[in-house]
Design a protein around this ligand. Sequence first.
Ligand code: 6LW
Length: 495
Amino acid sequence: MTLPNPLIPGFNPDPSIVRVGEDYYLATSTFEYLPGLPIYHSRDLVTWTHVANVAVRDEQLGVVNAPTNLGVWAPTIRFHDGLFHLIVTDTAGRGTCIFTATDPAGDWSDGVVVELEGIDPDLAWDEHGNAYVTYSGLVLSGPDIGTHRGIEQILVDVATGQVLEPKRSLWSGDGGMFPEAPHLYHVEDTWYLMVAEGGTERGHSISIARSDSPRGPFTSCPSNPLVTARGTARPVQCTGHGDLFQAHDGEWYVVMLGTRPRGMVRSFSALGRETFISPARWTADGWLEIDPVELNPRASFGWSEDFDGPLGPEWVGVRRRPDQLADLDSRPGWLTLTGEGEGMAAFRPVFVGHRQQHQTCEIRAVVDASEGVGGLAVRYDEDFHYEVEVGGGRVTARAVVPGFVRESSVPAPETPITLVLSSAPPRSEGMGHVSSDMVSLGFLGTDGEITVMEEVDARYLSNEVAGSFTGRVFGVYAVSGAVAFDRIDYRGDNS
Ligand code: 6LW
């Protein structure tokens, strides 16, 4: 495996990929974050650029009131008849929608709704142009909420979203719980149905079946599961929710989600579910093989944002887009956020964030809070967040998990002030460390040295504890008044 793995670090679960010529486009889930549905682009599978987001307008998604964990789940991106299609479930808003674009790096349509009761919709066409939506029949509302009806399929008119025939049930894996993430592939004369089963946690796996028809009946592969990390000590766990594609050199791969838990046996995944890749191949008897996922982290990298121009597509907000919050004009070269009276516990915080991409990293933010209160935070959701805040001439370090707040405060040395938030493995003692990492909260003193105010066990900001389907997002926020940020510097090691 010469490709970097994670392929796309940071919370990027439920990946779907499509190749057109030598261009690869990949989309992942975004839940309650906006803009929704990132589009990553590559021409070599190594370098990936976040080129756009599908949902950049209010009317495209109903995420503004989405509870944590809901929102936008599991897209499928495909190309047909000269048009890119992305089908996805807006679980607490519009339901299942099909968005289209002529250029995935450009504007996407407002989306048409497909009436179905389920998640993880796939889109595939047969040689007659019939469009099949194959999905996981999880009931998300009403008296049957939580019922799992297995893998189901309908025929749709992709232009209108109209369902053209009653749903049918298909093969739903080999008995694992939560058969999900179905994808249909037509390879030579055979139709393959690939699914995830076992649940997206440590029991996750990928299975496949085949048929002469996209409608089935499907025969299960005797060597299922094709990939799983369950019961292993592999550094990449929870592998599943895969999408198969053929590279322009003819090689086959599967992108899928995985986690990189750290700590002793229990171990905790700070970054959430990330996008991984693994080579695949067809066997002589017409089945697929997928290699176990190998960890191959990129070399250390960092970046700086000086707010001298528009924010890039990688910046996210919570149930609101950054462009609805960020003022880049009042003080050129600075990002000004205006607080609304609540901090990071708000359902819709005044927060502009970025996915944490490394297990070990340091983030610095230069802040002028002379006219307000605000700071630098890392969040899992509104109940699990750690932050270092400045206002009223004082710096406050705060760690919040349900039912507990740890906080300390000291006079602020100067204005503007450089706030520092870092994540590092705990110092190993005895049998090594139980937690994933320690988060340090502090600021740069006038002597250029970092004053660490609090060093907090951060296992609680993980998808094993916080429970969110997302991952750590750090960023800057305002509580009250106008808070100006001159720059953010991010540095991660090769973790
Ligand atoms: C996704 C589904 C899943 O739609 O979680 O647990 C959902 N499995 O495949 C969100 O990632």
